[in-house]
Design a protein around this ligand. Structure first.
Ligand SMILES: CC(C)(COP(=O)(O)OP(=O)(O)OC[C@H]1O[C@@H](n2cnc3c(N)ncnc32)[C@H](O)[C@@H]1OP(=O)(O)O)[C@@H](O)C(=O)NCCC(=O)NCCS
Length: 355
């Protein structure tokens, strides 16, 4: 693959997937961004139509998968069910051990297409509702909302969901992508590499931070409590979820877009409560950590996305799996790159001190 999968300038707050700025990418459909990531170039109109049609055709799940989901524990995070089901379905993929570029592309399309359906089906069953089949006329974001809510989504909600998937799709060698790459570097199959990514994403210092942000918003409850809450966390030397980043030492560009989307949702609902609570937390964090202590701790991708889920009435149990729905295209892009390299990743133990 010729172009770099991802470029981040952590000091200037720049993020590009394959040389296209994230501000341009969020205006595209998720399918186009997914195509860009796994194939290396933006699709033309015809290519996008064909790619979307292939994704839409692979969205459905069969009776066996429904039975497996039915056997899951419905009191836990959807990530557990997602990991279990991906492990289960890999055995039945006719291309499981076809590691040719064509075989890998067929698996990639099946995986990207089916993950939202697994998450939505689990969610509906966990809430005592009949699972809904995917709607091939809807975009990736709109279809997911339709499958969890049971009705055609409001256009703004669908737009926000689509942008969420795009903003979550890729971020260079973050922990879960690194995991996926390590698995792919052994020439293990794509399902195994995706499961590695899922297992790593769920931790609270990575994708799990989104759910923690939602819990924190509930705890803070209103803008007036933000000051006391943040000062308490700092005094206890505890991390404030949704803030800070290993690479960004300025505002995370994804966090800035999520903030705009959160404001738009709040205004559209005529209810600024959660947005104002989040902004109050942000203001105290920036005053205390950035301005007074000189630490570059700004909202990251997980902070205002947590606010969005409050408005869209998406529960914390789904937050990390929504991240996974977006990120799977990035994992796969990295796995393809790793397969081309045909070289195992094997760091030495002393390198852990650098992490
Ligand atoms: C993302 C994260 C893991 C990056 O970690 P890191 O690069 O290893 O940075 P460190 O944990 O070494 O933190 C560096 C300093 O900033 C402080 N810091 C970092 N994130 C902080 C946060 N969210 N709240 C308060 N202080 C924070 C640390 O306490 C540390 O201070 P010190 O130098 O006085 O000890 C970290 O910022 C974090 O845990 N954030 C909260 C979880 C989160 O939102 N994760 C999603 C990431 S996209």
């Amino acid at each position: 693959m010729s172009k770099n999968i991802c470029f981040i300038d952590g000091l200037e707050g720049v993020l590009k997937y394959r040389e296209v700025d994230i501000k341009e990418l969020v205006e595209l459909p998720y399918d186009a961004v997914s195509y860009l990531l796994i194939r290396g170039e933006l699709p033309g109109e015809q290519e996008l139509a064909e790619y979307s049609a292939r994704l839409h055709a692979e969205r459905g799940i069969n009776r066996e998968v429904l039975d497996i989901i039915r056997m899951c524990n419905f009191n836990i995070d959807a990530m557990e069910a997602l990991r279990t089901v991906i492990c289960f379905i890999s055995q039945f993929d006719p291309d499981l051990n076809d590691s040719s570029p064509e075989g890998n592309m067929r698996k990639a399309i099946r995986l990207i297409a089916i993950v939202p359906t697994i998450v939505a089906t689990y969610y509906r069953m966990a809430n005592g509702k009949e699972p809904l089949p995917p709607d091939p006329s809807l975009s990736h974001g709109a279809n997911f909302l339709h499958m969890i809510k049971g009705s055609k989504p409001d256009p703004l909600d669908a737009e926000v969901m689509e942008k969420d998937f795009i903003l979550s799709a890729e971020h260079e060698l973050n922990a879960s992508t690194f995991s996926s790459r390590v698995t792919a570097s052994t020439m293990s199959d794509l399902y195994s590499a995706v499961v590695s990514g899922l297992c790593t994403l769920k931790g609270p210092l990575h994708g799990g931070a989104r759910a923690e942000v939602m819990t924190m918003l509930n705890e803070v409850a209103s803008p007036e409590n933000a000051e006391k809450f943040v000062l308490g966390k700092i005094a206890q030397k505890e991390k404030i979820m949704g803030f800070g980043h290993r690479v960004y030492k300025t505002y995370d560009p994804r966090g800035a877009i999520f903030k705009q989307l959160a404001k738009k949702l709040a205004e559209s609902r005529g209810d600024m409560h959660w947005y104002a609570t989040a902004e109050a937390i942000e203001n105290v964090v920036i005053r205390e950590l950035v301005e007074k202590r000189g630490k570059p701790i700004y909202p990251n991708v997980d902070f205002y996305s947590g606010v969005i889920y409050k408005y869209m009435e998406i529960p914390p149990q789904l937050a990390t799996s929504i991240f996974a729905i977006g990120r799977i295209s990035g994992w796969i892009a990295h796995c393809f790159d790793q397969y081309d390299r045909k070289k195992i990743i094997r760091p030495r133990a002393f390198m852990l001190d650098e992490c």
